[in-house]
Design a protein around this ligand. Sequence first.
Ligand code: HEC
Length: 177
Amino acid sequence: MFTRKRTIFAATVLLAMTAAAAIAETPNLGKPIDEAAIAAWDISILPDGTGLPKGSGTPAQGAVIYAQQCVACHGDNGRGGAAAALVSDQKIAGINAGQKTIKNFWPYATTIFDFIRRAMPFTSPRSLSDDEVYALTAYILAENKLIGADEAMDAQSLPKVKMPNRDNFIIRFPDRI
Ligand code: HEC
């Protein structure tokens, strides 16, 4: 008797679980997403440049866009205003000393492209074309004297720019990378 009751109980639980699983498999919500729609969101650039799009831009082209879309917050020639300076020659003297800027505190030039494309201008992110982002990246790098004034940035040249502090970061948990 006891055994039979237990069998019925087990069967009921199994039935309930199967029903739940069936519901979970077909929620009938949403619709399949296609590759093009995924690509529009998949914009991360890795330090080595993986993910950089086609296109290019020069510091001179970037200077024009900067004057139109960035100067109001980041100040004349990127020297700082309401928002952070994008150009500086200050070295970091200690963990809390000195002003942290792209030049002294960003290990990879490719991150500049990634950040500008996804987040700037602050009030209308994702509004810049890839050529414009390359040009602005080139402008900021040239103002920081990390590339020549006539050097164009693209998917090949940008990953080759070595940021001054790149090798001075200590990876706390190297085994987790
Ligand atoms: C309305 C003000 C505003 C405008 C216009 C603007 N920015 Fe910014 N920018 C900010 C703010 C605020 C931050 C800090 C954002 C954060 O930390 O999340 C920032 C951060 C940045 C950074 C990272 C700086 C750092 O050291 O962390 C870059 C690079 C940058 N902006 C580039 C640009 C470029 C290029 C343009 C023009 C296309 C632009 N910004 C236009 C307000 C602005």
